[in-house]
Design a protein around this ligand. Structure first.
Ligand code: UFG
Length: 331
């Protein structure tokens, strides 16, 4: 489409699915990723990979000087809720300072369109479900709060520098490219869908269900699983909105599934049992997070193509069963 974008964290799980979508739509993409979590194999051929940390402000300035970007998509961050409750100061400082480094470099280079990978963890234990975009923000974990701090700083950057931002609060990203080119590969892996699939495949230990005494119908946590390619599509749609003003959107399917229902879906799709046991609650986990993406749908025309849990799980299963060790770049 003739536009050029910078994607930080573009070798990671959600970022790489956006990069692939952008390239397929004819955009030019530069990825900045230190490959601490990301994978070289997740970056499509022909896409420039700058293998440096966004904490390096001098390098950021060089990247913004070398290419003129129409917008920056900022994914690179620490993103594990559990880890954030063991090391909250690292989460708050690293996520805030690195995001502000990217925003500052963008402002200085005159690139005034910024899309932030934000999170449903901003909402804590919501009062209204599905959670509307204007719901109160009250994170119950340091990860969520670190993203809230970034969102607030972006508000000031808009007021003072005219940096237009879209803060996209993802619910639970899941699934993989249906053509099997890229997928989910975290180390350590903490996410439910890949852990349940790994347990079914025998490549991971039996799953532990965290908490069976939540105030939900079957006692396990309820989440809104949204396909990574639907997330990617939303990122591209919001760019038009940024021509008018900064925006904040939820991205989710609007339907919640319990941990037990996810296990059952993996069993249905794989045709195998998911070995599992039951354990205590995990710190910082809200009982139920389900999105209302009403504003995103109305204002951008977005609608999920993978609305059904089984369709999401099927694309994840296809990738993991073909790549039981994930990307081959790990020794
Ligand atoms: N779960 C288990 N056992 C496991 C792993 C997860 O029972 O071994 C449960 C969790 O307790 C939770 C659900 O499965 O109830 C989903 O857990 P994930 O770790 O897959 O995802 P989270 O909901 O904790 O977090 C995800 C993203 C966060 C984001 C959050 C917002 O990883 O970045 O969604 O909803 F903040």
């Amino acid at each position: 489409d003739g536009r050029r974008f910078l994607v930080t964290g573009g070798a990671g799980y959600v970022g790489s699915h956006l990069v692939l979508t952008l390239v397929e739509r004819g955009a030019e993409v530069v990825v900045m990723d230190d490959l601490r979590q990301g994978h070289r194999g997740a970056v499509p051929p022909g896409v420039e990979l700058v293998q440096d940390s966004i904490a390096d402000r001098r390098r950021l300035a060089e990247v913004f000087a070398a290419w003129k970007f129409d917008a920056v998509f900022h994914f690179a961050a620490l993103s594990l809720v559990g880890e954030s409750m063991r090391d909250p100061l690292r989460y708050c400082s690293e996520n805030l300072s690195n995001s502000l480094a990217v925003a500052d470099a963008a402002v200085k280079a005159g690139c005034l369109r910024f899309v932030l990978s934000s999170t449903a963890a901003l909402f804590g234990n919501p009062k209204v479900v599905p959670i509307p975009e204007e719901a109160e923000l009250a994170p119950t974990n340091a990860y969520g709060d670190s993203k809230l701090m970034v969102e607030k700083a972006l508000g000031w950057a808009d007021q003072v520098h005219g940096l237009r931002s879209a803060c996209l609060r993802y619910f639970n990203a899941a699934g993989a490219d249906p053509q099997g080119r890229i997928g989910e590969d975290h180390e350590p892996e903490t996410h439910l869908v890949p852990l349940a699939i790994g347990a079914a495949l025998g490549t991971r230990p039996p799953l532990t269900v965290f908490g069976t005494d939540y105030p939900t119908p079957d006692g396990t946590c309820i989440r809104d699983y949204v396909h990574v390619l639907d997330l990617a599509d939303a990122h591209i749609r919001v760019l038009d909105r940024l021509e008018q003003a900064s925006v904040r959107y939820n991205i989710g399917n609007g339907t919640g599934y319990s941990v037990k229902q996810v296990i059952e879906a993996v069993e249905r799709i794989s045709g195998r049992p998911v070995p599992h046991g039951f354990g205590p609650r995990r710190a910082g986990d809200p009982a139920m997070l389900v999105a209302s993406s009403a504003r995103l749908r109305q204002e951008t025309g977005w609608a999920p193509r993978f609305a059904a849990l089984d369709d999401i799980v099927r694309t994840a299963w296809d990738w993991h069963s073909r790549h039981p060790k994930g990307y081959d770049d790990r020794g």
